[in-house]
Ligand binder design. Structure first.
Ligand code: CA
Ligand code: CA
Length: 186
């Protein structure tokens, strides 16, 4: 979307040469700035994000593919507030399932990043003593009630594939919305 916007601005920049006043004014704002009614199915709106809760139990790669089929990706929690908002909805629905996120340390063991953004994972939502890379084979991050005495959803690393106990449900997150408005002289 950024590329398209830049192209559009560049084209308009060329087109308006010679006019005495600015013919167009273009603004790009985050989110649904005009409150447009959007058909978001099968995604659920939570705050400013749109999420899909996959119900099949899959390995991390299969889960990622499922999200890509929906033109989305496994969820990335840019903030702990986003994590809390999404897990509040799960708790309100009585879920105690495990769900894959986009987080992993596949590129470099011990350096956990959100796969959708490449950003380091900075969060206070890890379960205690996690991530622990148990058995040196845990490289993908899920959320769930990690321990028998867990009282809320938290993050943990688990094997991405090849482990029958690491077949989880998943949360897809749709791309963020941008509103582009164009003001023209009639
Ligand atoms: Ca997000
Ligand atoms: Ca772990």
């Amino acid at each position: 979307m950024l590329k398209l916007t830049v192209l559009l601005l560049a084209l308009l920049g060329i087109a308006k040469t010679g006019w005495t006043r600015e013919k167009f004014n273009i603004e790009v704002k985050d989110g649904n700035a005009i409150g447009a009614i959007l058909k978001a199915d099968p995604f659920t709106k939570i705050n400013d994000g749109y999420y899909f809760f996959g119900t099949e139990s899959l390995n991390w790669y299969e889960a990622y593919e499922k999200c890509r089929e929906l033109d989305s990706e496994l969820v990335t929690f840019e903030t702990d507030q986003e994590f809390d908002a999404v897990t509040d909805v799960l708790m309100a629905n009585g879920s105690r399932q495990n769900y894959w996120t986009s987080g992993n340390d596949l590129a470099k063991t011990g350096t956990h990043r959100w796969f959708t953004s490449g950003q380091r994972i900075s969060t206070f939502r890890w379960a205690r003593n996690q991530p622990d890379n148990a058995g040196q084979k845990e490289h993908c991050i899920h959320l769930g009630y990690i321990y028998g005495d867990s009282k809320k959803f938290e993050l943990n690393d688990r094997p991405c594939t090849g482990d029958g106990n690491s077949l989880f449900k998943y949360i897809c997150e749709a791309p963020v919305l941008e509103t582009i408005s164009i003001v023209v002289w009639k």
